[in-house]
Design a protein around this ligand. Structure first.
Ligand code: SF4
Length: 430
């Protein structure tokens, strides 16, 4: 049995490396986080030659599995991601487990998200899967031995996948609460995930021209959905990145709010990437980091801005209001939280809350995982200040952890919705 401390320490150094040969033969398992985006990411990896499978195991057992292998005072997202991986391995034959690798993101920042990979490796030892290689997806070259290569074609496909994901998520949230025929919005999402996924395999759907064509088509399809003319409470969802987006992490928060008769807005993944880029620019101002790194980041910002602009322009041609450009979003935290606050979601969380209030989503659920200090500071910690600037902001912080009951969380959100309905008449349509 392999579980002693000495082995664990050596294992960190000698953990199985994902080799070039494995890249051809193994299936890479992806944990779920953003329901639409990750379907595109899966297709992007397949198009680059990797056998890939997106996990969709969502049972309560994942929490129990996580608790078995991760200390219960660790960040809740780590507990869920690791629980989901171990549960997936448990449901395979022994032979199959020898032909899979696990992919996990590593931010490389000061937060604990950089260490999830080590927690996962430790959990694999405990669960007797120490032979399963773990791939780190990071932008900082943290895993130099890996046979998983972040190549230019892969980066281009992932960027396209993120653009499609953000566009579909934004439009779906705008329309789904008003659709006259239930399922119309989800049908459009499924149509484009299949169509563009197929295009990726044929080296299409990635160029700027193809993106423009597809993004415009998505906007037009949503614009044609028949909607019911009514006014609903508008609710924004913010928080730690995993708990904000993952239905597994937030107990299907989006579905719950839609079923309760609200229109929801969830800031896109573009925001998080821009936030990471701008942190490099601010680090240059504050700590004088390398000018070369700053200049490369500026090029990346321009690349992303061109694609963000595609979405904004396409939505402007419909009856719906487009998202703000991040260039505007980033300034919303001014006067509330400094741009030097960048652990976890840092100033982005504050900026997103202020932006939501400014754009008519005065009701906000701030989803906070257990064990997350930075987001409690940049979320819960700034609510009083935001409410002092916007007295009609109706913000509620909801804690998510393995022992928090869904009923309790939902009751608090229902209370927030009840308060929002009192002021509903003054809400603006669409
Ligand atoms: S942001 Fe919070 S939950 Fe995420 S790694 Fe950091 S401390 Fe953990």
């Amino acid at each position: 049995m392999i579980d002693n401390k000495e082995f664990e320490e050596n294992y960190e150094i000698n953990s199985p490396v994902f080799t070039r040969q494995m890249a051809r033969e193994y299936t890479i398992l992806l944990p779920t986080m953003l329901p639409i985006h990750f379907r595109f990411f899966e297709k992007a990896l397949i198009a680059c030659g990797y056998k890939t499978r997106l996990l969709n195991n969502h049972d309560d057992i994942i929490r129990t599995e996580g608790l078995k292998y991760v200390h219960n005072d660790t960040c809740y997202p780590a507990l869920l991601v690791i629980g989901q991986f171990i549960n997936a391995l448990d449901n395979m034959s022994k032979e199959e487990t020898h032909k899979v690798a696990l992919l996990i993101t590593q931010t490389g920042g000061g937060c604990r998200a950089s260490n999830y990979i080590h927690l996962l490796r430790k959990a694999l030892i405990k669960a007797h899967y120490e032979y399963v290689p773990v791939i780190s997806l990071n932008a900082k070259g943290l895993d130099k031995k890996s046979g998983f290569r972040i190549t230019y074609p892969l980066i281009k496909r992932l960027a396209a996948a993120m653009t499609y994901g953000d566009m579909l998520m934004y439009m779906r949230n705008k329309v789904i609460s008003y659709e006259a025929h239930k399922g119309d919005s989800d049908n459009i999402v499924n149509k484009y995930v299949d169509k563009i996924g197929e295009e990726f395999l044929h080296n299409k759907g990635v160029s700027f021209r193809d993106l423009k064509k597809n993004i415009n088509a998505i906007a037009q399809d949503f614009d044609k959905v028949e909607i019911i003319d009514t006014v609903k409470p508008r609710v924004g969802i913010v928080g730690e990145i995993y708990i904000k987006y993952s239905a597994l992490g937030n107990n299907h928060l989006e579905d719950f709010l839609i079923n309760e008769g609200a229109e929801i807005s969830v800031p896109g993944l573009y925001g998080f990437l821009f936030y990471s880029c701008y942190n490099t620019i601010y680090d240059r101002k504050l700590y004088k980091i390398s000018l070369l790194k700053t200049n490369l980041t500026r090029i990346l910002i321009k690349y992303l801005e061109r694609r963000e602009n595609l979405m904004i322009k396409a939505i402007k041609k419909t009856k719906y209001t487009p998202m703000n450009s991040f260039d505007k979003t980033k300034d919303y935290s001014r006067g509330v939280l400094s741009h030097g606050t960048k652990m976890g979601e840092g100033w982005l969380l504050t900026a997103e809350m202020v932006e939501l209030v400014e754009t008519g989503y005065k009701n906000i659920v701030c989803a906070q995982p257990f064990g997350c200090l930075p987001n409690h500071i940049c979320g819960k910690g700034v609510m009083k200040k935001i409410k002092s600037i916007y007295p009609d902001a109706n913000i509620v912080a909801i804690d998510y952890d393995p022992s928090a009951t869904k009923v309790n969380q939902e009751n608090r959100i229902k209370l927030m919705l009840a308060m929002s309905r009192e002021t509903l008449d003054s809400e603006v349509k669409h």
